[in-house]
Design a protein around this ligand. Sequence first.
Ligand code: KG4
Length: 340
Amino acid sequence: MEDIYILAIESSCDDTSAAVMCNDCVLSNVTASQAVHEQYGGVVPELASRAHELNIVPVVDAALKKAGVQKEQLNAIAFTRGPGLMGSLLVGVSFAKGLAASLGIPMIEVNHLQGHILAHFIKEKGVEHSAPQFPFLCLMVSGGNSQIVKVDSYKDMQIVGQTIDDAAGEAMDKCAKVMGLGYPGGPIIDRLARQGNSDAYKFSKPHIPGFDYSFSGLKTSFLYTLRKLVADDPDYIEKHRADLAASFEATVVDILMDKLYKAIKQLKIKRVALSGGVSANTALREAFHAYAKRYGWEISIPKFGFTTDNAAMIGIVGYYKYLDNDFCTMDKPAFSRTTI
Ligand code: KG4
């Protein structure tokens, strides 16, 4: 079979990313992040879409050059159709439509969440690769989502449990914001927590039935604890931030792992994968390894470069859809919310 070249575009939040795939192998994966949001402690949608407008052409150009692929060689364009911020999505979706029309090639719409899950299947030239076997359960944890998904094939996925309010990454970001630590907070909490005592504080955990998650109560519990402590000592956070970060992070990890453990027990699937931006977290990765050893799970953890938002994960979904002739028409609008 001839090689298939796909250009993939991701612009669902605050990363403008383009990748070129040759079949299931990534040739380039170029991402421009947006530092403009740091000063606001979170993504400002209007600023995000403006930055995408500036970044999209140079990022796509860089991805093609790095891959050594001419745009005339492309067989299709895959793009994130949703979920995400509408203004951000519109930039990538419109660019994909315009380029596909001008090149006369088909378009493939990709669900961002499927991208996170199938990131495990991205191959790299000269790098040994192992992907989870179907069926497997995927703990998908990012800034916008926290879900347990049963993955039966490249295209058959069912949500087993999901957050009823905030996502795990959002909770990490909020915790960092409350401590005045900058954005995105997850990696900062991760670094600080390495030097802290995870048993120093106890924060409340949710009691939600089934396999669903909730993180809003934990956020409130953290905020109220801090308010009390700072009232007695205004420098409290500065003096104890490593212990606060470690204890908060440990609570998030416990909540995530507890429901995953229950889902695995009930569904009797011991193959487990981790996906999404929060999967970069050190404590969560350690917990995955510890549970695997203890309960005999077969685990898959993606490479760091494929955990946070990137276009290669959109490209891998695009490749499998291409094989199924699953193309989309020009009238498909972006969507901000969805399930898988
Ligand atoms: O998947 P992603 O890049 O974007 C979404 O689709 O949401 O995830 C971003 C989230 C942010 O909340 C960020 O703080 C979190 O992932 N994150 C981390 C770490 N690296 C990124 N959270 C905890 N520890 C990390 N090392």
